[in-house]
Write a protein that binds this ligand. Structure first.
Ligand code: GRF
Length: 196
């Protein structure tokens, strides 16, 4: 039975595009919704251009009332009745109230080799620390930020002269490889970890 996947984005959606493009042929899943907290997110137009239904719930309209924003977002998601939720460049922190009903069915990609560098500015922190390598992680989402069981990781070397943007670009390339591989395996019910 084909799994229904909803993808949450906040910006350009480059990871979302790779995920949507991967769900073809005998892939066990199909994307049924792309939703964003920003009605102007460029990824929404890109999703629509690929024929994917979209929705936007502007978090700014719920200033300070995070549960109300999450309830509005959840009701948009419910309309598509997804089995799996993928966060892909989604930049809002989600409360336990939103996450708990999705535990075990919600994935996120984070641009560091977790458990290192949870939170923001991951590439700057890796450069600052003089790390010889960096990378990205796909993990199951739990109420604790960037903390759930790891489903896959991809590693890249940090090169002399790297800037935050050159490292981010190298990591992003690997994100685009890793996330579709993890989602396909996950949608088949396989939780075995992928390391690239
Ligand atoms: C990427 O670095 C991703 O790791 C982070 O958000 C950034 C933009 O992602 N979560 P996308 O291009 O919007 O998919």
């Amino acid at each position: 039975m084909t799994k229904r996947v909803a993808i949450l984005i906040s910006g350009g959606g480059s990871n979302m595009i790779r995920l949507v493009e991967s769900m073809t042929g005998d892939h066990p899943a199909r994307c049924v919704l792309v939703a964003s907290n920003d009605p102007a997110a460029a990824g929404l137009a890109r999703a629509a251009a690929m024929g994917i239904p979209t929705a936007a719930v502007d978090h700014r309209a719920y200033k300070g009332d995070r549960p109300a924003f999450e309830a509005a977002l959840q009701s948009e998601i419910d309309k598509a009745a997804p089995d799996i939720l993928c966060l892909a460049g989604f930049m809002r922190v989600l409360t336990a109230g939103f996450v708990q009903p999705w535990e075990g069915r919600m994935l996120n990609i984070h641009p560091s080799l977790l458990p290192k560098y949870k939170g923001l500015h991951t590439h700057a922190r890796a450069l600052e620390a003089g790390d010889p390598e960096a990378g990205c992680t796909v993990h199951l989402v739990t109420p604790a930020l960037d903390d759930g069981p790891i489903l896959g990781q991809a590693r890249v070397p940090v090169q002399p002269g790297d800037t935050e943007s050159s490292l981010a670009a190298r990591v992003l390339e690997q994100e685009h490889r890793l996330y579709p591989m993890v989602l396909e395996r996950f949608a088949r019910g396989d939780r075995e970890r992928i390391d690239l």
